[in-house]
Design a protein around this ligand. Sequence first.
Ligand SMILES: *[C@@H]1O[C@H](CO)[C@@H](O)[C@H](O)[C@H]1NC(C)=O
Ligand SMILES: *[C@@H]1O[C@H](CO)[C@@H](O)[C@H](O)[C@H]1NC(C)=O
Length: 202
Amino acid sequence: MPPPTPQTFPRFPSLSFTFPPFLLSLSLLLLLTLSSSTPTPTPTPPPSFYSILRSHGLPIGLIPKSITNFTMDPTTGRFEVHLDRACNAKFENQVHYDFNVTGTLSFGQIGELFGVSAQELFLWFPVKNIRVDVPSSGLIYFDVGGVVSKQFSLSLFETPPDCVDVGPTEDARILDSLLEIESQSGKLKRVLDERDVLRAVS
Ligand SMILES: *[C@@H]1O[C@H](CO)[C@@H](O)[C@H](O)[C@H]1NC(C)=O
Ligand SMILES: *[C@@H]1O[C@H](CO)[C@@H](O)[C@H](O)[C@H]1NC(C)=O
């Protein structure tokens, strides 16, 4: 039998080290015994975002079918849902979803929502908050643009909707509308702030 040839790893010249083969097989054996002695954990399927919505008393139809992945921090309720692309779903109004939707879940409510907007009179407004009554009244409320609360029937949100890719042109139009609304409400806020300053001065 030939003497064991040391194995070298020439791809890492600066780190080149030698491993006698018997040591290698010993560590392999050790690894194998270790892994076979620890019981293999039975993988529980991770909860879907829809079951998380349900457990917060919210209808699953709020988020379209096209979820690719999500993260959820159970202590803070902060979540991030990724869709396969930005898209529009039709309830009573058109609702636009960014590919990235974030917010904070609490029972019966999604706060600090980003990435969802609703169409009103051909303009797009950010939906900043969604809530249902506890116990349920069969209604759901969308805080649209931080100004108006729109109510819809919960029955519109029973199943995750199909979400249609509207293409880059429409996407850009929606974004323009949102930015316009943001700047308008910024102006409005500045006017109100100035009025408060004037009132404080006088
Ligand atoms: C989820 O998907 C998005 C976009 O496809 C990607 O940027 C992100 O890294 C993914 N996150 C995880 C945790 O897989
Ligand atoms: C999704 O949006 C949130 C809030 O705007 C942001 O913090 C996060 O980085 C975004 N994630 C991706 C993958 O774009």
